[in-house]
Ligand binder design. Structure first.
Ligand SMILES: *[C@@H]1O[C@H](CO)[C@@H](O)[C@H](O)[C@H]1NC(C)=O
Ligand SMILES: *[C@@H]1O[C@H](CO)[C@@H](O)[C@H](O)[C@H]1NC(C)=O
Ligand SMILES: *[C@@H]1O[C@H](CO)[C@@H](O)[C@H](O)[C@H]1NC(C)=O
Ligand SMILES: *[C@@H]1O[C@H](CO)[C@@H](O)[C@H](O)[C@H]1NC(C)=O
Ligand SMILES: *[C@@H]1O[C@H](CO)[C@@H](O)[C@H](O)[C@H]1NC(C)=O
Length: 608
């Protein structure tokens, strides 16, 4: 059953990949075809390698000057046509290279204007190099809508007029060069104010920082008017888009709700209300299934606080106004005896960075686990709040969370005997208490879900973990290892530093369909890694810590498991980065890597 379902999922994923390919490839081919037709190539530099007759998937990736996202997929990443004696106007057809991030036309003889709808043609460009050509006319204001631009090199052309002040809104720009043109007027105040004077040299009338002061300031009002007109039109489009998006989403949400609505299973337990809940903590008064039902309003859907691979979590309000979290375990194929034994083990696992399992209850086929309730919910919800205006977590808190979570996980890996692999680490299973102390939940449950338990620490995984968090080797071998957890934890670290979701990167070009890890890999290959950092964190004196954590994260998500650090090392690295904050309480126990056979468990059990 399980293997079948898994295969089905794989098939669906494959289908998506295939559909995506067929869909995108034709456009990118068309893009290059149009591009070639629109320019003059007197030396026939492109003629021989740009052969459109061979239509193997990925064939355009071998054209000279073309780089693809993947060598066997017709999806163009960069176009580099430098120094090829090309002529004519700015090439057309680029709209169809929908994933283009770099365009280099430098050192050719292109002429005519830079198109004033350039942001529509190459919306996701990060690097645009038009230097050493003969482009004329003014620098289009529309370049300010190429909001991913890092590098804009326009030097040695014949551009006239002013540098549009709107370009100052390009927040990622770290290289801007307009030397050797015919420009005049004030230089806009860029976010990065360290562009050297040489980048503005040899223009007849440029003034202002970093050149000499302007004498008679003159700001174009028409610019403002046109800018805001364009702006409001765009805002309208955005509003409509958002409405459509939410309507579409609502439909699918409704569908889901309907499935969850049925708490029939709970109603079926009516006869068993006297069943005792086994509690590990003596301090908690004796409870019966009846109490759990009353506290959750018969496991009403309103009380659901989370749904995951291991089951559904309900919030329970007790008569004394305290709360518990109750997990209804997904079908487990273990016998009741096995289950009870497993519970006894998990119930004895106590660490300040783990959500304590307080008790459990078996009623017919239902298995309910009772946990301490964590008031601030999941890290995922804190990082990706539903309402945009909600305050974002500050960096020191994020760092504290990363250190605490690393510690909890390292403890499971290195100090528990037998070691516990989590197999489902994500920001959804890291819960936060009132002080934003992180607590890992769901540990030990993967084993319960798993029908084939071949070994205590490495075992065949019956299903995938949360999408976006699963180590690449996991999907291949289906074997869970500590390094698989390290990978998933690395993704959580990336989430903390970038503020992005693991599967959908909002800051990446819209057509970038990869995961957060793929986005980071791409950025580090182009040494633009700092672009990935959550903008709300930059410039508050944490920049070096951010990059250090990014580094740790990147090592955790390396594709070769052996090259990843252990959880113990990850914890030590993070602790060192956060040293100045003194997060760790004095009474804290220092972790040590487990020496063979040693059982640290007893001495490390901390009473809650
Ligand atoms: C098409 O291109 C691929 C990859 O470059 C090559 O292996 C193949 O032989 C070519 N086919 C033809 C018919 O030229
Ligand atoms: C993009 O491709 C489509 C389909 O091949 C074509 O009809 C369209 O003209 C192309 N757009 C541009 C700007 O070349
Ligand atoms: C300028 O950019 C916007 C947004 O990208 C685009 O919709 C608009 O058509 C462009 N303006 C012109 C004059 O092309
Ligand atoms: C395009 O740029 C203008 C001026 O910088 C800005 O007001 C407008 O919001 C931008 N539009 C988009 C879609 O980014
Ligand atoms: C600012 O611009 C300079 C010069 O191009 C560059 O070296 C530096 O990295 C930029 N700084 C940032 C934060 O982008």
């Amino acid at each position: 059953m399980e293997a079948g379902a898994q295969f089905f999922v794989l098939q669906i994923i494959l289908c998506f990949i295939l559909i995506r390919r067929c869909h995108s490839s034709q456009l990118d081919v068309q893009c290059l075809r149009t591009l070639q037709q629109s320019i003059k190539d007197p030396d026939n530099t492109l003629k021989y390698t740009w052969n459109f007759d061979n239509s193997t998937e990925g064939f355009i990736c071998r054209f000279s000057g073309i780089e693809c996202w993947h060598p066997d997929e017709n999806k163009v990443l960069n176009i580099r046509l430098s120094n090829m004696n090309l002529q004519g106007h700015f090439p057309s057809g680029l709209e169809n290279c929908t994933s283009l991030t770099g365009l280099d036309l430098s050192n050719n003889k292109f002429s005519g204007p830079i198109p004033d709808d350039i942001s529509k043609r190459i919306p996701f460009v990060t690097s645009l190099d038009l230097s050493f050509n003969s482009f004329s006319g003014s620098i289009p204001m529309n370049l300010s809508n190429c909001s991913y631009l890092n590098i804009l090199d326009l030097q040695s052309n014949q551009l006239t007029g002013m540098i549009p002040w709107q370009l100052s809104s390009l927040s990622r720009l770290n290289n801007f060069n307009v030397a050797d043109n015919l420009l005049s007027g004030p230089i806009p105040e860029f976010k990065n104010n360290s562009f050297p004077a040489a980048n503005f040299a040899n223009n007849p009338g440029l003034c202002g920082k970093p050149l000499d002061e302007c004498r008679a300031p003159s700001k174009s009002n028409t610019g403002v008017v046109i800018g805001s007109a364009v702006g409001s039109a765009v805002a309208m489009i955005l509003v409509v888009g958002v409405i459509v998006f939410f309507c579409l989403r609502n439909i699918s949400v409704k569908k889901k709700k309907k499935e969850e609505e049925e708490n029939k299973w709970a109603k079926n337990l009516k006869g068993l209300k006297g069943v005792k809940v086994s509690m590990f903590e003596k301090s908690i008064s004796k409870m019966k299934l009846n109490d759990l039902m009353a506290a959750t309003n018969d496991f009403n859907k309103e009380n659901i606080i989370g749904t995951g691979r291991t089951g559904t979590m309900y919030k329970a309000s007790l008569p004394d106004r305290t709360f518990l979290a109750i997990k209804r375990l997904q079908d487990s194929q273990h016998s009741e005896t096995q289950f009870v034994a497993e519970m006894a083990t998990l119930g004895s696992v106590r660490h300040r960075n783990l959500v304590p399992l307080l008790g459990f209850c078996v009623a017919k086929k239902e298995k309910l686990l009772v946990y301490k309730h964590m008031p601030r919910g999941t890290l995922y919800d804190s990082l990706h709040p539903q309402e945009a205006e909600e305050k974002k977590l500050e960096w020191p808190i994020r760092l504290k969370i990363s250190i605490g979570a690393a510690k909890g996980l390292a403890w499971l890996h290195h100090n528990c005997n037998p070691r516990i692999l989590h197999r489902n680490i994500s920001s959804k299973c890291i819960l936060l208490d009132d002080d934003y102390d992180p607590k890992i939940s769901d540990f030990g449950l993967a084993r319960l879900m798993n029908p084939i338990d071949t070994h205590l620490s490495t075992f065949v995984n019956g299903e995938f973990g949360d999408l976006g968090y699963v180590a690449p080797e996991y999907a291949r071998t289906l074997v869970a290892t500590p390094k698989g957890d390290v990978y998933s934890f690395g993704v959580v670290l990336l989430e903390l530093v970038t503020g992005e979701r693991p599967t959908h990167v909002s800051n990446a070009p819209e057509n970038f369909k990869g995961s957060l890890v793929e986005w980071i890999n791409y950025l580090s290959n182009t040494s633009l890694i700092q672009n990935a950092v959550d903008v709300s964190l930059i410039g508050h004196g944490y920049d070096s810590e951010l990059l250090q954590v990014m580094k740790v994260a990147s090592s955790c998500v390396l594709s070769t498991p052996k090259e990843r650090p252990t959880m113990f090392e990850v914890y030590q690295l993070l602790r060192a980065i956060g040293e100045r904050y003194h997060f760790t309480a004095d009474d804290d126990i220092l972790l040590q890597p487990q020496s063979s056979g040693a059982d640290f468990m007893d001495e490390l059990i901390v009473a809650q």
